[in-house]
Ligand binder design. Structure first.
Ligand code: GAL
Length: 746
């Protein structure tokens, strides 16, 4: 008993440190930990004396449990002082912030379940990872669950499917929530109208606490470009218990505008603040005159089926014509879809025309019948960032439909790729991989996409299991590639996942390459073109050898998230792989986090700001990265659509020269990236990674920015005056100025 008391006291000192700067916050930097599973571990008096103590700031793999996947538990012993109640006006909700837990958790306070995120493998709804979700759990103090001034036990049951596992990211904390902490701005339910000068929004608010709030909302329209408050407004604000309320806002639609809200609750004086980084549209409206967009070069192997949708915009109906098509290919004049098979190798220059009542547009498409695929980076959509493992055939069809009805296909977005979660739990008796009940008819889905000139992608792993613990291709590679070809698959994402367990302790380069070589050869043997997308998170500098194993693209990083810290971290490492990109061989810094994402949980608008999204799309285009959307395309808001239909930005990504940008200049939180373009111009991205709106003199920073050179603002599609020595790029915090520099060769 004594020993028990001592160890508990020692733990109290170690694990629950009140933050000196904030007396109301108790930090939980360390916990007791054990692998395995047992429901008794949720109980407060469970004997955890033999458990080890680990940090909650890093995955358990890094703390003595390398390679462990499966169940584990964390336990915290915390004294919760009643003095906490004096730190807030409404001491009714205990707030437990557990940061992120890789992959799934169920959390108990003194034996009672208080929160969960994701779904365990034994869940009847199936396993769902929420490795990147933030855990905010609230406990009603009136339940008596909180033991004031005594030892409380927080027990967390965790399941990790693959890769890193357990707590990570930032400091877990415990505090009492303030009366206003249930108030949040919900941009996902905020309709926004864009006028020529201003935007108008009905900002939507939610109150998740069971107490009505009355008070006033002060808000200011702040202009970061001039560091001035343009306007201050004040309005009475009332929101029901667990209710919703709207607040109309009208503000200038331009870079650097923020709407800063401060709600003051009348009876307590408690304040809640939120900032809306105002969205602004840069891409000019589409012209009703016909225009041909998208990649101007296509690679196809002799005899492989061709599906190519001419990306074109203009007032409907559009008519299409093509001359110089290689034998075996035909054009549907109404839809602009080129299909068929062609056998003779060669570079066919096809003259495309599209016309409507307002005129005609012409472009040359080079169809290269040979052995190289993906001559420009693939563009399309992948199911992961929106649906996670909850993807199904109906959702995929709806997205394909939206790809066309929103007009995105008319700008070159064509791949529709299913990520993890389509596989059945067992192969057929003869070893054939089967789809699960969510995908009742793969060939029919494939035909549906191909009829529309879209392309179909799928996902697997070289391991026995995928990252979502579905069946992988280990030992069945050739068979699976044959099945994919029979289904009409055009793209395979091949994700390392559980293959990691098969690697020797100190893997050689050949060990890393081996599984990718096997599938590469299996795809090569198919009578159709299957783009091969390697996903092994950039291990062993894959950019140096991905092409050798027949890869068309390879992930250069771990998974992206819709947070600036993760997106920025990815941006910070891409200069290493950039020099290795070339036609058919692309670096993949992961999918786009724009629009509504959710990884199978609740969909929400991307949490990166409008300027961060402009930087994201600009850098991916400069890098010649695959552009794979990951959003719920059936709810496409005006800002996101505008971001994705800028043909001049897309043309940088799809430039046929296929050189990725180099990081040409690094200043104090500034970066300039320069990409050579096929027409002799340069694309130049001036990125401001600092926290303020800033200006930078451009002349002479890099040789391409010589005084007098012609400048075009690519997002706004406007020529600027030739570069003068005094010219300053004005760039919002985390934003970009994307330029085309120099004169195009005729
Ligand atoms: C991850 C991969 C993600 C997604 C997921 C599916 O390893 O990086 O992009 O494919 O697995 O389980």
């Amino acid at each position: 008993m004594k020993a028990r008391l001592l160890s508990t006291l020692a733990l109290l000192a170690l694990q629950a440190a009140a933050r000196a700067d904030s007396p109301g916050i108790i930090e939980l930097p360390r916990a007791l930990f054990a692998t395995g599973d047992d429901p008794a571990r949720a109980k407060p008096d469970f004997d955890d004396r033999n458990w080890v103590e680990i940090s909650t700031l890093a995955n358990y793999e890094k703390q003595g449990f390398p390679g462990y996947d499966g169940y584990s538990w964390y336990r915290f012993h915390v004294r919760i002082p009643s003095s906490l109640k004096t730190t807030v006006h409404w001491p009714r909700r205990l707030h437990l912030y557990l940061s992120s837990i890789d992959d799934v958790d169920q959390t108990f306070l003194n034996g009672a379940r208080i929160g969960e995120m994701g779904q365990f493998p034994d869940d009847p709804r199936g396993y769902a990872t929420r490795w990147n979700g933030l855990r905010d759990y609230y406990v009603d103090v009136a339940t008596g669950l909180v033991h004031w001034d005594q030892d409380n036990v927080i027990a967390v049951r965790v399941y990790d499917g693959s890769g890193g596992g357990g707590f990570y990211r930032d400091m877990p904390t415990l505090s009492l929530a303030e009366i206003t902490d249930g108030l949040s701005m919900d941009l996902g339910q905020t309709p926004i109208e864009y006028g020529p000068e201003n935007f108008r929004a009905r900002v939507h608010w939610l109150n998740s606490f069971p107490i009505a709030l009355d008070g006033r909302m002060d808000y200011e329209i702040y202009d970061a470009a001039t560091d001035k408050v343009l306007r201050r407004e004040r309005a009475p604000f009332h929101i029901e218990a667990n209710g919703q309320a709207d607040l109309p806002v009208d503000a200038p639609q331009r870079a650097g505008v923020e709407v800063r809200f401060h709600f003051t609750e009348a009876s307590t004086g408690a304040v809640a603040s939120a900032t809306m980084h105002a969205p602004y549209l840069l891409t000019p409206p589409e012209s009703p005159s016909p225009r041909i967009n998208g990649a101007r070069v296509q690679g196809v192997r002799p005899g492989s089926p061709v599906y190519y949708r001419i990306a074109a915009t203009g007032k409907a109906p559009l008519n299409f014509a093509a001359s110089g098509l290689p034998a075996g290919l035909r054009l549907d004049r109404g839809s602009g879809v080129i299909s068929g098979h062609t056998r003779r190798e060669g570079d066919y220059r096809v003259a495309l025309t599209t016309s409507n009542t307002l005129g005609s547009a012409h472009a040359t498409l080079s169809i290269r019948v040979g052995h190289q695929l993906a001559l420009t980076p693939p563009m399309g959509w992948n199911s992961w960032n929106a649906y996670g493992l909850a993807v199904d055939a109906a959702k995929v069809r709806a997205v394909a439909e939206a790809m066309i009805s929103t007009g995105l296909a008319a700008h070159g977005w064509t791949y529709i790729n299913i990520d993890d979660g389509w596989e059945a739990s067992e192969r057929a008796a003869d070893g054939e991989i089967r789809a699960n009940a969510k995908f009742p008819d793969m060939p029919a889905l494939s035909a549906y996409l191909h009829e529309r000139g879209l392309r179909f992608g799928i996902y697997s792993s070289p391991g026995a299991l995928t990252c979502g613990r579905f069946l992988g291709s280990l030992g069945h590679e050739r068979r699976d590639a044959d099945t994919y070809a029979a289904w009409g698959i055009d793209y395979l994402k091949y994700d390392m996942c559980s293959y990691e367990l098969l690697l020797p302790k100190e893997p050689t380069l050949a060990d890393y390459q081996a599984p990718y070589r096997v599938m590469g050869a299996a795809l090569e043997a198919q009578p159709r073109d299957i783009i091969y997308s390697l996903c092994q998170y950039g291990v062993a500098e894959v950019w140096k050898w991905g092409g050798e194993v027949r890869g068309n693209s390879w992930r250069t990083t771990g998974d992206i998230e819709d947070s600036w810290s993760v997106t920025r971290e990815i941006m910070g490492s891409q200069h290493l792989s950039a020099p290795f990109a070339s036609p058919g061989h692309w670096n993949d810094p992961d999918m786009l986090v724009v629009g509504e994402v959710g990884w199978g949980g609740a969909l929400h608008p991307s949490r990166i700001t409008p300027d961060e999204q402009y930087s994201h799309i600009s850098l991916w285009s400069l890098l010649a990265a695959p552009l794979l959307l990951g959003n719920e395309l059936t709810h496409l808001d005006a800002f996101t659509r505008n971001l994705l239909v800028n043909d001049e930005v897309i043309a940088i990504d799809q430039d046929p020269l296929g050189h990725a940008a180099r990081r040409a200049w690094v200043g104090d939180d500034w970066e300039i990236w320069v990409r050579d373009l096929a027409d002799g111009r340069r694309a130049v991205g001036v990125f401001n990674f600092g926290d303020r709106f800033r200006r930078l003199k451009l002349a002479g920073r890099v040789p391409e920015l010589a005084p007098g050179v012609a400048l075009r603002d690519v997002w706004r599609q406007r020529n600027l005056a030739p570069l003068t020595t005094g010219y300053e790029a004005a760039v919002p915090s985390h934003g970009v100025l994307l330029l085309a520099v120099g004169k195009a060769r005729p």
